[in-house]
Design a protein around this ligand. Structure first.
Ligand SMILES: [Zn+2]
Length: 301
């Protein structure tokens, strides 16, 4: 008999021995008051009573994440054409969000993976990227003549870029994976020129209707990958400490390749009914929905 606890076909319990980092206070507001939010197998998520930040507590450390993500690029991305195609369209939406504000200058994409997002950005940018996965870096280096040489392997915090050199820093679906997002944001602030832009896109919004309704069945909940579920409010709390001011926010859903609005609404309506009848009912995994994902732009003041 196989008694493994699976999370959406993945055996995450094998990474629990690296689950060594525990926070006794909220990284956004400093409050020591937080409450259980949900559980998945032996993984636990909590929510700050004061600002609403959600995080896995404890969570998997960098060594464990390294094991988890090894070969991630091959396993999850290149081998799935439909997902790659959807992601490509979403890249264009995120590009438009950024280029509404700025479309030239020196840009750094943090967590750039195989360089896919950098590739869709305007050629007027001088493009740089940083990524912790060496295989993704190798792929980017050999795939893009124009910026492949500007892709660096490693953590942002250790990168030897000069202070105040970038006009734009982007993190696309990155900040929720980081074990130390506060020091990463501090570094972003150091590297940006005054008046420079910091974009956070394709990031799950913990302050969303579906997150609250579905909890561990929320489609963006992942006990290993998504350590933090931020919101515009909680990211603003952190960013404002480092002179980064929230300028605009967006919640891409309608028009994205992920929505099927009529079906999504029906599924969520059915889930609300089920919960009303029985609050401890096991819901199916949530569909894409409004407010699930957020795009934010901050300015260095
Ligand atoms: Zn808090």
């Amino acid at each position: 008999m196989d008694n493994k606890i699976l999370f959406r076909d993945e055996d995450l319990e094998q990474f629990s021995k690296w689950r060594t980092i525990e926070k006794d206070k909220c990284i956004a507001c400093g409050s020591k008051q937080f409450s259980p939010w949900t559980t998945q197998g032996s993984y636990k998520a909590v929510q700050c009573d004061k600002c609403g930040l959600i995080w896995m507590n404890p969570f998997v450390n960098d060594e464990g994440l390294g094991k988890y993500y090894s070969d991630y690029i091959g396993r999850r991305r290149l081998n799935n054409d439909v997902k790659m195609e959807q992601r490509k369209i979403q890249y264009q939406t995120d590009r438009d969000f950024i280029e509404h504000y700025i479309s030239d200058g020196k840009l750094l994409d943090v967590g750039c993976n195989g360089g896919f997002f950098l590739d869709v950005l305007s050629k007027k940018f001088e493009k740089h990227g940083i990524e912790i996965d060496p295989e993704a870096v190798a792929y980017a280096k050999k795939s893009y003549n124009d910026f492949g040489g500007n892709i660096r392997c490693g953590a942002l915090q250790d990168a030897p870029y000069e202070n105040a050199t970038f006009d734009v820093i982007s993190m696309r679906g990155t900040i929720e994976h980081m074990t130390d997002p506060v020091s990463a944001i501090q570094k972003v602030s150091q590297l940006l020129k005054q008046g420079g832009y910091y974009f956070i896109t394709a990031t799950p919004n913990g302050d969303s209707f579906a997150a609250d309704l579905y909890r561990d069945k929320w489609t963006l909940f992942h006990p290993v990958q998504h350590i933090w579920h931020f919101s515009p409010k909680t990211l603003s709390l952190i960013c404002s400490k480092f002179g980064l001011q929230l300028m605009a926010k967006d919640f891409p859903y309608l028009g994205t390749p992920y929505e099927k609005v009529r079906e999504d609404v029906k599924l969520v309506a059915a889930a609300i009914k089920l919960k009303e009848k029985n609050p401890s009912v096991e819901l199916p995994v949530s569909p894409p929905f409004w407010e699930n994902m957020m795009s934010l732009v901050f300015v260095k003041i």
